[in-house]
Design a protein around this ligand. Sequence first.
Ligand code: CP
Length: 294
Amino acid sequence: MPRHFLTGTELTGDELAAVLDRALALKADPLGSRALAGRTIALVFEHPSTRTRVSFEAGIVELGGHPLVLRPNELQLSRGESIRDTAQVLSRHAAAIGLRTGSERTLAELAEHATVPVVNMLSPDHHPCQALADLMTMREAFGAIAGRRLAYVGDGNNVARSLALVGALAGVAVTVAAPDGYQLDAGAGAHLTDDPASAATGADVLYTDVWVSMGDDEATADARRAALAPYRLDDALLDRAAPGAFALHCLPAHPGEEITAEVLYGKRQRIWDQAENRRHAQKALLESLVPPVE
Ligand code: CP
């Protein structure tokens, strides 16, 4: 059975710690591993991407591999070929398959039928590769991260869920502050509140994401912005956080909506390091998932 990475909880806490350690080592020595020499990694994007696509492509090249970016409209999927058959064929050529999809069912079906590792590159409910880079960015800042507090303010979406699930494996306490109707479900294990000020008080990291995500109905966008306006990540919220706290944002950002330009481009953020860390964290993940050629 291949080892998939669909929610992030496929890893144990020790395995996650090893991936984060390895990610930091790869950042210090970006060309130090040829773990994917001669291997092809298929990257299927149903939806647009900047960070995920570029970081996976560049990271796979640094590991000596070949990133094969595929869009469904270029595949026979667009003409009715099944996910099952696509999974089987891709598995005969690629050492792993990444998928960005608008359907949890498509992701599950691909994972069920692939004979190589499947990596979730964003689905409606999860964004575990983002969470890996977020935790790596905390490791970089703090060293040990167990016991650190992360407050996520805004829409309780897939990014918030992955932070809660994967953060728990690392011992990071995640609080999600969101208004009624936009809150994360209790199953992810985060502490839930509707009060951004109390969530931010004493936190080590403040985190936010866009208020209107891919897949959200544009017809409800104005209502979403109105409901989420009190949850903007600004300097006043950061002032409540612990000394040395910083802001994270998975990007793309809408300065003036979920985050102020002052925070996004200011000194109390590690957002651009976080964007870079996607590459290093995913390289470490691929090293851990893709077995060497026998
Ligand atoms: N954070 C993130 O996944 O960015 P992209 O949508 O640009 O890949």
